[in-house]
Design a binder for this molecule. Sequence first.
Ligand code: PEP
Length: 250
Amino acid sequence: MSSRRFWVGGNWKMNGSLASNKELLEHFAAATPSGSAEVVIGAPAVYLNQLAQIVPHGWGVAGENCYTQSSGAFTGEVSPEMLKDVGANWVILGHSERRAIFKESDEFVAEKTARALKAGLKVSVCCGELLEEREAGETQKVVDRQLLAVVKALSEEDWENVVIAYEPVWAIGTGKVATPEQAQEVHQAIRQFLAKNVSQAVADNTRIVYGGSVNPKNCVELGQKPDVDGFLVGGASLKPDFVDITKARD
Ligand code: PEP
């Protein structure tokens, strides 16, 4: 196994309340989560301050989006500095729901990634193909295009604070998880892409995590693959047994 620390992110999407967040996080803390994996919970911006105060010891807190500016006349937006101010140390960017529903382009995602890193946040940047793109044999082309925009916006040092989440869109929230072989194939290709377009060191050290219908039952097998360095988990991160996913590689 590699020296890359296993990384497990929860993405609560637009879910939660002060009361339910507290209950779930108290459960996570009591259920002895992994002592070795890096665990981060992404939640709506309005709850980040609460999360920062009550997540289990050592866990990170992530925004699920941010803008490219620090402050100003951008009604409704949240800056990377504001995420930090309320206790977040991570941000999830380029999620397929942001790309599809809010029409975020590869370049915009890349610009946000660069700005968030500059502000001192760590970034989980998402990529992944639609079902029709996979069926057309275009998976790697799509993922390379999405990541090339990010490569162009970042310096080599920036990659130290980036986790790539490969999330095939057809697997998100559908219950249709990629097979461990499908995930490994794309992750390996992403690592080769990083070696070619950034450096061998960045390819070796960057965590590439899989997202898409991960649950406590399928996580162990997926986590055995050499290029699967963890998970980004949506639906299953809102359930008490998310703690089992943090222990997939323990
Ligand atoms: C996600 O939203 O990033 C995700 C992977 O969702 P789910 O685990 O529910 O498929």
